[in-house]
Design a protein. Sequence first.
Lengths: 323, 344
Amino acid sequence: MWPFRNKDKAATNRAAIKRARKLSDGLEKRLQIIPPEGVPLNIRLAPLGQRLGAQVVDTLVTFIGAMLFVLLFSISFWSSWNLIAIVAALTFFLVRIPYYIVSELVWNGRTLAKRWLGLRVVSVDGRSLSAHQIVVRNIMKEIEFFLPLTYALAGPQQHWSFSVIAWVWLLVLLIVPWRNKHNKRIGDIIANTAVIMDPKPVLLTDLASTIAMKPGTHADERFVFSSAQLDEYGRFELQVLEKVLRSSEKSTSGTWAKQQQYLKEIVERIVQKIDYEETIDAKDHRLFLEAFYTAQREHLERRKLLGDAREDKYFRDEKGEES
Amino acid sequence: MATSFADDRPDVELMRSARFRKEREGEWARLSELVTHVEKKGLSGLTFDESLELTGLYRQSVNSLSLAREISLDQALLHYLESLTTRAYFAVYAPRTTLVGLVSKFFKTGAPQAIRRSWLHILVAAILLFGGAFAAYLLTISDPTWYYAFVPNGLSGGRGPEASEAFLREALYGENSNSVERLAAFSTQLFTHNTQVSIMSFTLGIMACLPSAFLTFYNGTILGTFFAIHDSKGLAFDLFGWLSIHGVTELSALIIAAAGGFRLGAAVLFPGQRTRGAALRHAGRDATKLALVAGLMLLAAGLLEGFGRQLVTDLWSRIIIGWSIGGMWLTWFVLCGRERKANS
């Protein structure tokens, strides 16, 4: 009655997988920087919440610093309120823009709060951050943020239109980085900079080596897969399996039963998909998956080296679409 | 080495990507160590050999990354290499200017050259300011009620057309403490007013110059009105002296800030061969310097206002101090940072 139904279902299924793949590959907004060496680096951009947090912390730091200075000054050189007021005004003026410029220059794009939260300002063009960029993005911060904020909070002594304009201005300011592809605020756009999360390199063990080295199991001899059986899956499925194996490695006793159930389901799926003749005992589930991971990875890496990179299990369809 | 640790199964053959990793792991660990060191102590914390090692290892890790992307499907390894290379990239390509170098470059060449490149914009801003002052002077002299149209409430400190000569004279030379207090309040008010006008006329310049031009002209009218009020009481020259001590610096700052705004606006209006964005970024380099100079001058003006004006009450010393400081600014702008021409 509806002959295309199955095909449609397959297509939506495929779209769903593609979405999932994109999600797991780049859950966060990423920035691509091409350093002079020519190998692109994909860096995680700082989420807006973190940036706002850093701004709040920095504001507190400068405010408290300036307060302390004024306090110390008034204790040691007390003369009149007038003088203290002038000194306070000067201190607060000096501590604002210069603090950001100096700290970002000295610590390579990091203020104190950015250091604590692991954020960093980078130049988008792949060269080193220049002094000009730092100055521009921080002067613009004053104009973008602090100036309208003072008008917005100034209260009733000014004409009401000033407050309205200031609030609209602040609203626009919030929308710009939120809608921007790289979370840039206006100062970042003008200076051509972006704020990223400082990456933390953690080298996990190589699964393939640990599996091969595991004493006494000989998984690769116990389970053998034919080339046809390894032609079912692509990179995405392999890396999902990698994640599963890594997380079940460090599972605690509380989640152990759940993990076993999870592994069992995966084993059943794979056995069905690749037509594996044997049924696998419950105690061998993990062993089977490890052997399959090793064999599948070696196979896919070899195919890739021969120019046949397989993104996911729909790689055949994609080839068809392209040609 | 690739198989030496496989005590249990000495015959095991690792796959290509696993061997690739085993061979290079040591280098990556060393690079990671160096990068952590740089992040904590800065590049200057490295010895000469270590910094050579850092750049060498960085290039190798870039190579490893691009190779790993081709031959390995181990996601953990790819993530690690990407993070490590990125961190090393930040360590190797750090800003090269020191703080002292940056500041001295700004004062020696950057700022005065930017000012000289913007001479036309500065001239236009000055014409607008003094044109506004002249027009308002003529209007207020003929009809003092114009005063109320030009001067915002609170900025005058009670010195309207109805004020007596004695009151004005006392405000200018303030002997009794009450009016000194009033004057101090007024000068801080004027200072913040001028700072705001400068920031606004710089920022709003980006909207095709018009708001900056209006603001500069309007600020000129306030000045002109004040002169008219004092002139009608025969105090014009005294006001000139009172304003000179800080006003020379402050009004110049205002003009320079507006000129910075004009640079931005001109880039939007006449981008030339560039795109508007590129033109704006290009003009921004000079405009930022103008804004910094204006900020510096406003700061100096604030200091002169806060301390100098109350301490120096003699008319001629006010004029001499004010204009000699103005002369110093001018000397800086005109003479500093000129490239020495080869004698021919």
